[in-house]
Design a protein around this ligand. Structure first.
Ligand code: B1M
Length: 216
């Protein structure tokens, strides 16, 4: 039954059908399914399929856009349930979160933001296409513990390094922990840019953020 639901979820994204994705997300909540499981085993399977088709020239930008919209609709519907389930209320630390400059992929970044908020972090989400200057200025303004950056393109991941380089130049590197993520990010990249933390997914991002604030 659940497997069938996961299949339908994936299919709703492949079809770019935001209404169906919303309905299936509602069904998952009513059925008591873990919302993150609905995302990772259902909806993400669909978005990955469309991404793969796009890479192989079998799907085109409109399909990618529609899959993205359907994915956003599903995550938005599941978000309140994720917040409820994660409700640890003590404030663990402040996180400035953004997708880096030149990159408008927002779904993974927003998911990380939701999970961090649900776990008790205060998250300042700058959205997408955020310049290094904007990210650093916000981190100073709110006295953040962590700067968290998402990048989905091989052409924009260099902006993660630019933020770290700018922090060094401005004598601010030791003031903030920096964590990075996004589909093209690898451990090798993380050590090359001397980031403090990295995770492949949103749950891992919460664990890393907790470790970073605990380490001070
Ligand atoms: Co784009 N896109 N896209 N796209 N898109 C990818 C990334 C791509 C891999 C597709 C492909 O070719 N197979 C490819 C990148 C190739 C590369 O660089 N190597 C690509 C391309 C080429 C492009 C355009 C250039 C296409 C064009 O215009 N010709 C263009 C670029 C626009 C820009 O940013 N300047 C573009 C545009 C778009 C849309 C706008 C249409 C849409 C985004 C809609 C939106 O976000 N509102 C879109 C989509 C939907 C995708 C795919 C299909 C799905 C991305 C997604 O939302 N995944 C993607 C293919 C793919 O990844 N399979 C693709 C679901 C999401 C939950 O996962 O974002 O990976 P993800 O986040 C995960 C983890 O990575 C991690 O946790 C999340 C949850 O588990 N994580 C972190 C993410 N951030 C983290 C931060 C952390 C820690 C963990 O700490 C700070």
């Amino acid at each position: 039954m659940t497997d069938e639901l996961f299949k339908q979820m994936a299919q709703s994204i492949i079809d770019g059908d935001a209404d169906a994705a919303t309905q299936l997300a509602e069904q998952a909540i009513q059925g008591g399914l873990d919302p993150l499981e609905a995302i990772t085993k259902g909806f993400v399977v669909g978005v990955n399929f469309v991404g793969q088709q796009f890479a192989e020239g079998e799907a085109f930008l409109p399909e990618l856009v529609m899959a993205g919209e359907a994915m956003k609709a599903a995550v938005k519907t599941l978000e309140p349930e994720m917040m409820k389930r994660g409700a640890e209320r003590e404030v663990l630390g402040k996180v400035v979160l953004a997708t880096v400059e030149g990159d408008i992929h927002e779904i993974g970044k927003s998911l990380v933001g939701t999970m961090l908020t649900a776990a008790g972090f205060e998250v300042f989400d700058l959205g997408v296409d955020a310049s290094p200057h904007k990210i650093i200025a916000k981190a100073i303004e709110v006295n953040a513990d962590i700067i968290a950056m998402s990048a989905l393109l091989t052409t924009t991941m260099v902006k993660q390094r630019e933020v770290i380089d700018d922090l060094e130049k401005e004598g601010l590197r030791s003031r903030f922990k920096v964590m990075v993520g996004g589909a093209p990010i690898t451990r090798d990249w993380v050590s090359r840019i001397s980031a403090d933390g990295y995770s492949e997914d949103a749950i891992g991002a919460v664990n890393i953020a907790k470790q970073l604030v605990a380490a001070g």
